[in-house]
Ligand binder design. Structure first.
Ligand SMILES: NC(=O)c1ccc[n+]([C@@H]2O[C@H](COP(=O)([O-])OP(=O)(O)OC[C@H]3O[C@@H](n4cnc5c(N)ncnc54)[C@H](O)[C@@H]3O)[C@@H](O)[C@H]2O)c1
Ligand SMILES: O=C(O)C(=O)C[C@@H](O)[C@H](O)[C@H](O)COP(=O)(O)O
Ligand SMILES: [Zn+2]
Length: 370
Protein backbone atom coordinates (compact mmCIF):
# COMPACT_ATOMS: atom_id res chain seq x y z
CA UNK A 1 0.00 0.00 0.00
CA UNK A 2 1.28 3.44 -0.89
CA UNK A 3 0.75 6.60 1.12
CA UNK A 4 0.10 9.90 -0.60
CA UNK A 5 1.22 12.78 1.65
CA UNK A 6 0.57 15.76 -0.62
CA UNK A 7 -1.16 16.44 -3.92
CA UNK A 8 -0.56 19.61 -5.92
CA UNK A 9 -1.84 20.79 -9.28
CA UNK A 10 -0.10 22.56 -12.11
CA UNK A 11 -2.95 24.63 -13.46
CA UNK A 12 -2.70 25.00 -17.24
CA UNK A 13 -6.35 25.45 -18.04
CA UNK A 14 -7.46 27.97 -20.65
CA UNK A 15 -10.93 28.58 -22.10
CA UNK A 16 -10.08 26.24 -25.01
CA UNK A 17 -7.93 23.52 -23.39
CA UNK A 18 -6.87 21.98 -20.12
CA UNK A 19 -3.38 20.54 -19.83
CA UNK A 20 -3.36 20.75 -16.03
CA UNK A 21 -1.78 17.83 -14.19
CA UNK A 22 -1.28 16.49 -10.69
CA UNK A 23 1.90 16.14 -8.66
CA UNK A 24 1.62 13.33 -6.10
CA UNK A 25 4.13 13.21 -3.25
CA UNK A 26 4.24 10.10 -1.10
CA UNK A 27 5.70 6.79 -0.12
CA UNK A 28 5.84 3.65 -2.31
CA UNK A 29 4.02 5.34 -5.17
CA UNK A 30 6.22 3.63 -7.77
CA UNK A 31 4.95 0.22 -6.67
CA UNK A 32 1.26 1.14 -6.65
CA UNK A 33 -0.58 -0.58 -9.49
CA UNK A 34 -3.80 1.36 -8.90
CA UNK A 35 -2.09 4.76 -9.32
CA UNK A 36 -0.62 3.70 -12.67
CA UNK A 37 -3.97 2.24 -13.75
CA UNK A 38 -5.70 5.56 -12.94
CA UNK A 39 -3.17 7.65 -14.85
CA UNK A 40 -2.36 5.38 -17.78
CA UNK A 41 -5.52 3.27 -18.05
CA UNK A 42 -4.71 0.45 -20.48
CA UNK A 43 -2.23 2.42 -22.60
CA UNK A 44 1.05 0.99 -23.86
CA UNK A 45 4.25 2.34 -22.39
CA UNK A 46 7.79 3.19 -23.45
CA UNK A 47 9.64 3.06 -20.13
CA UNK A 48 12.88 5.05 -20.24
CA UNK A 49 15.53 4.88 -17.53
CA UNK A 50 19.31 4.61 -17.29
CA UNK A 51 21.90 2.03 -16.31
CA UNK A 52 22.13 3.29 -12.70
CA UNK A 53 18.45 3.80 -11.92
CA UNK A 54 16.92 0.85 -13.80
CA UNK A 55 18.66 -1.84 -11.71
CA UNK A 56 17.26 -0.22 -8.53
CA UNK A 57 13.71 0.79 -9.52
CA UNK A 58 12.66 -0.63 -12.91
CA UNK A 59 11.36 -3.93 -11.54
CA UNK A 60 8.97 -2.25 -9.13
CA UNK A 61 7.65 0.04 -11.87
CA UNK A 62 7.27 -2.88 -14.29
CA UNK A 63 5.29 -4.66 -11.60
CA UNK A 64 3.04 -1.66 -11.06
CA UNK A 65 2.47 -1.26 -14.80
CA UNK A 66 0.89 -4.73 -14.77
CA UNK A 67 0.98 -7.40 -17.43
CA UNK A 68 -1.95 -6.29 -19.59
CA UNK A 69 -0.17 -3.52 -21.52
CA UNK A 70 2.77 -3.62 -23.93
CA UNK A 71 5.94 -2.16 -22.36
CA UNK A 72 9.08 -1.30 -24.31
CA UNK A 73 12.07 -0.60 -22.11
CA UNK A 74 14.89 1.76 -23.09
CA UNK A 75 17.98 1.98 -20.89
CA UNK A 76 20.14 5.04 -21.56
CA UNK A 77 23.74 5.57 -20.50
CA UNK A 78 23.97 7.49 -17.24
CA UNK A 79 25.28 11.04 -17.00
CA UNK A 80 24.96 14.65 -18.08
CA UNK A 81 27.46 14.03 -20.90
CA UNK A 82 24.86 11.69 -22.44
CA UNK A 83 22.08 14.28 -22.50
CA UNK A 84 22.32 14.37 -26.28
CA UNK A 85 20.36 14.03 -29.49
CA UNK A 86 21.82 10.52 -29.79
CA UNK A 87 19.97 9.50 -26.63
CA UNK A 88 16.74 10.98 -28.01
CA UNK A 89 17.38 8.97 -31.18
CA UNK A 90 17.75 5.76 -29.16
CA UNK A 91 14.32 6.26 -27.60
CA UNK A 92 12.66 7.11 -30.91
CA UNK A 93 14.30 4.08 -32.61
CA UNK A 94 12.99 1.75 -29.90
CA UNK A 95 9.48 3.19 -30.02
CA UNK A 96 9.36 2.92 -33.82
CA UNK A 97 10.83 -0.59 -33.82
CA UNK A 98 7.97 -1.71 -31.58
CA UNK A 99 5.44 0.24 -33.71
CA UNK A 100 4.06 2.24 -30.80
CA UNK A 101 1.05 4.34 -31.70
CA UNK A 102 0.02 7.83 -30.61
CA UNK A 103 -1.87 6.39 -27.65
CA UNK A 104 1.35 5.13 -26.06
CA UNK A 105 2.89 6.99 -23.12
CA UNK A 106 6.59 7.58 -22.51
CA UNK A 107 7.48 7.12 -18.84
CA UNK A 108 10.66 8.78 -17.53
CA UNK A 109 12.16 6.91 -14.57
CA UNK A 110 15.23 8.71 -13.26
CA UNK A 111 16.77 12.08 -12.52
CA UNK A 112 16.58 15.27 -14.48
CA UNK A 113 18.73 13.95 -17.30
CA UNK A 114 16.41 11.02 -18.06
CA UNK A 115 13.36 13.28 -17.58
CA UNK A 116 14.58 16.01 -19.93
CA UNK A 117 15.61 13.55 -22.65
CA UNK A 118 12.44 11.46 -22.40
CA UNK A 119 10.17 14.50 -22.39
CA UNK A 120 11.83 15.74 -25.57
CA UNK A 121 11.54 12.33 -27.22
CA UNK A 122 7.83 12.33 -26.29
CA UNK A 123 7.43 15.80 -27.80
CA UNK A 124 8.93 14.52 -31.09
CA UNK A 125 7.52 11.00 -31.41
CA UNK A 126 4.70 10.96 -34.00
CA UNK A 127 4.70 14.78 -33.48
CA UNK A 128 3.95 14.46 -29.80
CA UNK A 129 2.69 11.83 -27.38
CA UNK A 130 1.99 11.92 -23.65
CA UNK A 131 4.66 11.40 -21.04
CA UNK A 132 4.73 10.68 -17.33
CA UNK A 133 7.46 11.79 -14.91
CA UNK A 134 8.76 9.41 -12.21
CA UNK A 135 11.58 11.55 -10.75
CA UNK A 136 14.10 9.68 -8.58
CA UNK A 137 16.52 12.47 -7.57
CA UNK A 138 15.71 15.32 -5.21
CA UNK A 139 16.55 17.76 -7.98
CA UNK A 140 14.13 16.11 -10.38
CA UNK A 141 11.43 15.95 -7.71
CA UNK A 142 11.58 19.63 -6.82
CA UNK A 143 12.29 21.05 -10.23
CA UNK A 144 12.92 19.25 -13.51
CA UNK A 145 9.90 16.92 -13.49
CA UNK A 146 7.52 19.88 -13.19
CA UNK A 147 6.96 22.54 -15.81
CA UNK A 148 7.50 20.91 -19.18
CA UNK A 149 10.98 22.15 -20.11
CA UNK A 150 12.48 19.22 -22.02
CA UNK A 151 15.57 18.93 -24.14
CA UNK A 152 19.25 18.12 -24.52
CA UNK A 153 22.60 19.89 -24.36
CA UNK A 154 24.76 21.09 -27.24
CA UNK A 155 28.54 21.68 -27.08
CA UNK A 156 27.67 25.38 -27.39
CA UNK A 157 25.25 25.49 -24.50
CA UNK A 158 22.98 23.81 -21.96
CA UNK A 159 19.53 22.65 -23.04
CA UNK A 160 19.94 24.38 -26.38
CA UNK A 161 17.67 21.95 -28.24
CA UNK A 162 14.28 21.10 -26.81
CA UNK A 163 10.60 21.79 -26.50
CA UNK A 164 8.00 22.81 -23.97
CA UNK A 165 6.05 19.61 -23.44
CA UNK A 166 4.15 19.08 -20.18
CA UNK A 167 3.87 15.68 -18.49
CA UNK A 168 0.44 14.19 -17.78
CA UNK A 169 1.40 13.64 -14.12
CA UNK A 170 4.37 13.63 -11.75
CA UNK A 171 4.75 10.85 -9.16
CA UNK A 172 7.26 11.69 -6.43
CA UNK A 173 8.15 8.62 -4.38
CA UNK A 174 10.15 9.64 -1.31
CA UNK A 175 11.53 6.11 -1.00
CA UNK A 176 13.77 6.74 -4.00
CA UNK A 177 15.82 9.26 -2.02
CA UNK A 178 17.24 6.54 0.26
CA UNK A 179 19.70 5.36 -2.40
CA UNK A 180 20.66 8.80 -3.71
CA UNK A 181 24.38 9.62 -3.22
CA UNK A 182 25.07 12.55 -0.86
CA UNK A 183 26.58 14.72 -3.59
CA UNK A 184 23.44 14.31 -5.73
CA UNK A 185 21.20 15.02 -2.75
CA UNK A 186 23.03 18.30 -2.11
CA UNK A 187 22.74 19.25 -5.77
CA UNK A 188 18.97 18.99 -5.37
CA UNK A 189 19.06 21.13 -2.24
CA UNK A 190 20.55 23.96 -4.32
CA UNK A 191 17.34 24.20 -6.37
CA UNK A 192 15.27 23.98 -3.16
CA UNK A 193 17.15 26.97 -1.74
CA UNK A 194 16.54 28.78 -5.04
CA UNK A 195 12.79 28.85 -4.38
CA UNK A 196 13.33 30.54 -1.03
CA UNK A 197 15.63 33.12 -2.56
CA UNK A 198 13.35 34.07 -5.45
CA UNK A 199 9.94 34.04 -3.88
CA UNK A 200 9.59 32.90 -0.27
CA UNK A 201 11.99 34.25 2.33
CA UNK A 202 10.06 32.39 5.05
CA UNK A 203 10.98 29.16 3.25
CA UNK A 204 14.65 30.24 3.19
CA UNK A 205 14.50 30.85 6.97
CA UNK A 206 12.87 27.44 7.46
CA UNK A 207 15.61 25.77 5.38
CA UNK A 208 18.26 27.36 7.60
CA UNK A 209 16.49 25.97 10.66
CA UNK A 210 15.89 22.55 9.05
CA UNK A 211 19.33 21.94 7.51
CA UNK A 212 20.35 19.21 9.96
CA UNK A 213 17.06 17.34 9.56
CA UNK A 214 17.29 17.64 5.79
CA UNK A 215 20.82 16.27 5.86
CA UNK A 216 19.48 13.35 7.90
CA UNK A 217 16.80 12.93 5.17
CA UNK A 218 13.96 12.89 7.71
CA UNK A 219 10.90 12.00 5.69
CA UNK A 220 8.52 14.63 7.05
CA UNK A 221 11.04 17.42 6.49
CA UNK A 222 11.84 16.19 2.99
CA UNK A 223 8.14 15.97 2.16
CA UNK A 224 7.62 19.56 3.31
CA UNK A 225 10.66 20.85 1.41
CA UNK A 226 9.52 19.10 -1.77
CA UNK A 227 5.91 20.24 -1.41
CA UNK A 228 6.88 23.89 -0.83
CA UNK A 229 9.33 23.80 -3.75
CA UNK A 230 6.81 22.25 -6.14
CA UNK A 231 4.18 24.77 -5.01
CA UNK A 232 6.40 27.70 -6.02
CA UNK A 233 7.31 26.05 -9.31
CA UNK A 234 3.71 25.15 -10.13
CA UNK A 235 2.57 28.73 -9.48
CA UNK A 236 5.25 30.26 -11.68
CA UNK A 237 4.69 27.78 -14.51
CA UNK A 238 0.92 28.31 -14.34
CA UNK A 239 1.47 32.06 -14.64
CA UNK A 240 3.91 31.87 -17.56
CA UNK A 241 4.22 28.42 -19.13
CA UNK A 242 6.65 29.32 -21.94
CA UNK A 243 8.90 31.83 -20.18
CA UNK A 244 7.56 34.94 -21.84
CA UNK A 245 8.17 36.84 -18.60
CA UNK A 246 8.06 35.87 -14.93
CA UNK A 247 9.13 32.23 -15.46
CA UNK A 248 12.67 33.52 -16.04
CA UNK A 249 13.02 33.91 -12.26
CA UNK A 250 13.30 30.10 -12.06
CA UNK A 251 16.58 30.66 -13.89
CA UNK A 252 18.07 32.42 -10.84
CA UNK A 253 21.72 31.28 -10.62
CA UNK A 254 21.48 29.55 -13.99
CA UNK A 255 22.92 32.21 -16.29
CA UNK A 256 26.21 31.81 -14.40
CA UNK A 257 25.59 28.14 -13.58
CA UNK A 258 24.96 26.95 -17.13
CA UNK A 259 28.11 28.77 -18.27
CA UNK A 260 30.12 26.96 -15.58
CA UNK A 261 28.68 23.60 -16.69
CA UNK A 262 29.43 24.28 -20.35
CA UNK A 263 32.93 25.73 -19.90
CA UNK A 264 34.00 22.99 -17.47
CA UNK A 265 32.55 20.22 -19.66
CA UNK A 266 29.15 18.67 -18.92
CA UNK A 267 29.22 16.49 -15.83
CA UNK A 268 32.35 17.88 -14.14
CA UNK A 269 30.25 20.11 -11.92
CA UNK A 270 26.77 18.78 -11.26
CA UNK A 271 23.94 21.03 -12.40
CA UNK A 272 22.91 21.79 -8.83
CA UNK A 273 26.51 22.59 -7.87
CA UNK A 274 26.85 25.04 -10.73
CA UNK A 275 23.51 26.59 -9.78
CA UNK A 276 24.63 26.93 -6.14
CA UNK A 277 27.72 28.85 -7.21
CA UNK A 278 25.68 30.84 -9.73
CA UNK A 279 23.18 31.85 -7.04
CA UNK A 280 25.98 33.17 -4.84
CA UNK A 281 27.38 35.11 -7.80
CA UNK A 282 23.96 36.62 -8.54
CA UNK A 283 23.51 37.42 -4.84
CA UNK A 284 26.94 39.09 -4.73
CA UNK A 285 26.09 41.29 -7.72
CA UNK A 286 22.76 42.12 -6.04
CA UNK A 287 24.59 43.03 -2.81
CA UNK A 288 27.10 45.19 -4.69
CA UNK A 289 24.09 47.09 -6.06
CA UNK A 290 22.77 47.58 -2.54
CA UNK A 291 19.69 45.40 -3.15
CA UNK A 292 20.43 42.82 -0.47
CA UNK A 293 22.49 43.20 2.72
CA UNK A 294 25.98 41.71 2.56
CA UNK A 295 25.23 39.60 5.60
CA UNK A 296 22.40 37.97 3.64
CA UNK A 297 25.01 36.74 1.14
CA UNK A 298 26.95 35.39 4.12
CA UNK A 299 23.82 33.54 5.26
CA UNK A 300 23.41 32.04 1.79
CA UNK A 301 27.06 30.97 1.64
CA UNK A 302 26.73 29.39 5.10
CA UNK A 303 23.56 27.50 4.17
CA UNK A 304 25.06 26.15 0.94
CA UNK A 305 28.17 25.24 2.94
CA UNK A 306 26.08 23.01 5.23
CA UNK A 307 25.44 20.90 2.12
CA UNK A 308 29.04 21.15 0.88
CA UNK A 309 27.95 23.03 -2.22
CA UNK A 310 30.47 25.24 -4.07
CA UNK A 311 30.20 28.99 -3.59
CA UNK A 312 33.08 30.35 -5.68
CA UNK A 313 33.67 29.94 -9.43
CA UNK A 314 36.07 27.21 -10.62
CA UNK A 315 39.71 28.25 -10.05
CA UNK A 316 40.59 27.91 -13.72
CA UNK A 317 37.62 29.90 -15.04
CA UNK A 318 38.07 33.52 -16.11
CA UNK A 319 35.51 36.30 -16.45
CA UNK A 320 36.18 36.22 -20.20
CA UNK A 321 35.27 32.49 -20.36
CA UNK A 322 32.13 33.18 -18.39
CA UNK A 323 31.02 36.15 -20.50
CA UNK A 324 31.67 34.27 -23.77
CA UNK A 325 29.51 31.36 -22.66
CA UNK A 326 26.73 33.53 -21.23
CA UNK A 327 26.54 35.42 -24.54
CA UNK A 328 24.84 32.28 -25.89
CA UNK A 329 22.29 32.03 -23.06
CA UNK A 330 18.69 31.41 -24.13
CA UNK A 331 17.53 34.54 -22.32
CA UNK A 332 19.70 36.86 -24.45
CA UNK A 333 17.61 39.50 -26.25
CA UNK A 334 19.13 41.60 -29.04
CA UNK A 335 22.59 40.65 -27.87
CA UNK A 336 22.01 41.68 -24.24
CA UNK A 337 22.46 39.05 -21.54
CA UNK A 338 19.53 39.04 -19.11
CA UNK A 339 20.34 38.17 -15.50
CA UNK A 340 18.12 37.26 -12.61
CA UNK A 341 19.17 39.20 -9.50
CA UNK A 342 17.60 39.64 -6.10
CA UNK A 343 15.59 42.85 -5.72
CA UNK A 344 15.63 41.93 -2.04
CA UNK A 345 15.91 38.61 -0.18
CA UNK A 346 12.96 36.47 -1.32
CA UNK A 347 12.23 38.56 -4.40
CA UNK A 348 13.84 38.20 -7.85
CA UNK A 349 14.15 40.73 -10.63
CA UNK A 350 15.20 40.42 -14.30
CA UNK A 351 17.84 42.93 -15.51
CA UNK A 352 19.99 43.37 -18.64
CA UNK A 353 22.57 45.91 -17.53
CA UNK A 354 25.15 43.83 -15.66
CA UNK A 355 28.67 44.47 -17.01
CA UNK A 356 31.70 42.16 -17.07
CA UNK A 357 33.50 44.62 -14.80
CA UNK A 358 30.68 44.45 -12.25
CA UNK A 359 30.80 40.64 -12.28
CA UNK A 360 34.58 40.64 -11.99
CA UNK A 361 34.56 42.94 -9.00
CA UNK A 362 31.65 41.20 -7.21
CA UNK A 363 32.52 37.55 -7.96
CA UNK A 364 36.17 37.15 -9.02
CA UNK A 365 38.05 39.19 -6.44
CA UNK A 366 39.09 35.90 -4.87
CA UNK A 367 40.96 37.50 -1.97
CA UNK A 368 37.65 38.94 -0.69
CA UNK A 369 35.34 36.00 -1.30
CA UNK A 370 36.04 33.67 1.64
N1 LIG B 1 13.54 20.58 -17.12
C1 LIG B 1 13.77 21.38 -16.09
O1 LIG B 1 12.97 22.25 -15.73
C2 LIG B 1 15.06 21.19 -15.32
C3 LIG B 1 15.18 21.75 -14.05
C4 LIG B 1 16.35 21.53 -13.34
C5 LIG B 1 17.36 20.74 -13.88
N2 LIG B 1 17.19 20.21 -15.12
C6 LIG B 1 18.20 19.32 -15.68
O2 LIG B 1 18.28 18.17 -14.86
C7 LIG B 1 19.56 17.60 -14.95
C8 LIG B 1 20.09 17.30 -13.57
O3 LIG B 1 19.23 16.35 -12.97
P1 LIG B 1 19.72 15.45 -11.75
O4 LIG B 1 20.41 16.30 -10.77
O5 LIG B 1 18.58 14.65 -11.36
O6 LIG B 1 20.88 14.58 -12.41
P2 LIG B 1 20.87 13.09 -13.05
O7 LIG B 1 19.65 12.83 -13.79
O8 LIG B 1 22.17 12.95 -13.75
O9 LIG B 1 20.87 12.18 -11.75
C9 LIG B 1 21.95 12.24 -10.86
C10 LIG B 1 22.64 10.87 -10.65
O10 LIG B 1 21.89 10.11 -9.72
C11 LIG B 1 21.53 8.84 -10.28
N3 LIG B 1 20.26 8.51 -9.66
C12 LIG B 1 19.03 8.97 -9.99
N4 LIG B 1 18.14 8.58 -9.08
C13 LIG B 1 18.79 7.84 -8.17
C14 LIG B 1 18.40 7.18 -6.99
N5 LIG B 1 17.16 7.27 -6.51
N6 LIG B 1 19.32 6.46 -6.31
C15 LIG B 1 20.62 6.42 -6.75
N7 LIG B 1 21.06 7.06 -7.84
C16 LIG B 1 20.15 7.77 -8.54
C17 LIG B 1 21.52 9.12 -11.75
O11 LIG B 1 21.62 7.95 -12.50
C18 LIG B 1 22.74 10.03 -11.89
O12 LIG B 1 23.92 9.28 -11.86
C19 LIG B 1 20.42 18.60 -15.70
O13 LIG B 1 20.59 18.16 -17.02
C20 LIG B 1 19.61 19.86 -15.66
O14 LIG B 1 19.87 20.69 -16.76
C21 LIG B 1 16.07 20.41 -15.83
O1 LIG C 1 11.72 25.55 -15.15
C1 LIG C 1 12.39 26.55 -15.43
O2 LIG C 1 11.93 27.48 -16.08
C2 LIG C 1 13.79 26.63 -14.98
O3 LIG C 1 14.50 27.53 -15.38
C3 LIG C 1 14.26 25.59 -14.01
C4 LIG C 1 15.77 25.38 -14.00
O4 LIG C 1 16.10 24.90 -12.71
C5 LIG C 1 16.24 24.33 -15.00
O5 LIG C 1 17.59 24.06 -14.80
C6 LIG C 1 15.93 24.59 -16.46
O6 LIG C 1 16.21 23.44 -17.22
C7 LIG C 1 16.74 25.70 -17.04
O7 LIG C 1 16.12 26.07 -18.20
P1 LIG C 1 16.86 26.78 -19.42
O8 LIG C 1 15.72 27.29 -20.22
O9 LIG C 1 17.73 27.86 -18.87
O10 LIG C 1 17.63 25.72 -20.10
ZN1 LIG D 1 18.14 24.12 -12.68
Amino acid sequence: MSTCLHTLHVDLSTPSSDRSYPILIGRDLLADESIFADILEGRDVILVSNDVVAPIFAARVRGALGSRRRVTEVILRDGEANKTMAAVGDILDAALADRHERGAVMVALGGGVVGDITGFAAACYLRGIDFLQLPTTLLAQVDSSVGGKTGVNHPQGKNMIGAFHQPIAVLIDLQTLHSLPAREFSAGIAEVIKYGLISDIGFFDWLEQSASRLLAREESVLAEAIERSCAVKADVVSADEREGGVRAILNFGHTFGHAIEQVQGYGRWLHGEAVACGMVMAARVSAARGQVPRDFVDRLVALLGRFELPVTPPEDMSVADLMASMAGDKKVVEGRIRFILLAQPGNAVIVDDVSAAEIESACFDRANLD
